[in-house]
Write a protein that binds this ligand. Structure first.
Ligand SMILES: Cc1cc2nc3c(=O)[nH]c(=O)nc-3n(C[C@H](O)[C@H](O)[C@H](O)COP(=O)(O)O)c2cc1C
Length: 159
């Protein structure tokens, strides 16, 4: 991202780890810096995250959830506070709060990696606490390349 100067593309595919429901500060800064250029272009956004829920309501833009999350479809009225904070609609709202001119055509969620040794002491402490209270969230490497490949084929049908 630091090498990007002008965004002269047909579309933009931008991704980030989920940090408390939002992209990382570096990605947030990128979105703010290129807000005008991004507003003109179709944007595909993806999160690597530990959890994600879809509500039964059909979401716009197109949503892709990887094989860990694809069956996590819940009635929006029955979401727990954890589920609500990890719902597709919440992720989208948080992106729109960063820039309300984003032209998000598609959003994807992939389960990623959680390694306490690779994050700051404070964030490791918070994440350890989350793992303690939510047994579903545990450190590990959950990345599945196959899901990313499948998604990319959906995105660009002729490849
Ligand atoms: C600062 C920080 C905040 C995070 N917040 C959440 C969170 O709110 N919910 C969650 O499920 N995972 C959270 N995670 C876990 C990351 O989303 C997960 O580790 C992500 O897959 C990392 O991306 P990577 O696999 O591309 O490295 C957080 C991780 C960090 C370091």
């Amino acid at each position: 991202m630091s090498e990007v100067q002008d965004i002269e593309y047909d579309m933009v595919i931008l991704g980030s780890p989920n940090w408390y429901g939002k992209p990382t500060p570096k990605v947030i800064q990128f979105i703010r810096q290129y807000e005008k250029a991004l507003a003109r272009l179709p944007l595909v956004f993806f999160f690597s995250c530990m959890d994600c829920y879809q509500t039964k309501k059909i979401e716009q833009p197109a949503v892709y959830c990887d094989s860990y999350f694809k069956d996590q479809i819940i009635d929006s009225k029955k979401l727990s506070s954890w589920e609500k904070s990890h719902a597709v609609s919440t992720y989208l709202n948080n992106l729109n709060k960063i820039s309300n001119t984003l032209n998000i055509k598609s959003i994807a969620f992939f389960k990623g990696r959680l390694n306490f040794k690779k994050i700051s002491f404070f964030n490791a402490l918070v994440m350890r606490f989350i793992c303690l209270i939510n047994k579903k969230i545990q450190p590990g490497d959950y990345y599945k390349q196959q899901d990313v490949v499948e998604w990319s084929k959906e995105l660009i049908p002729n490849t």
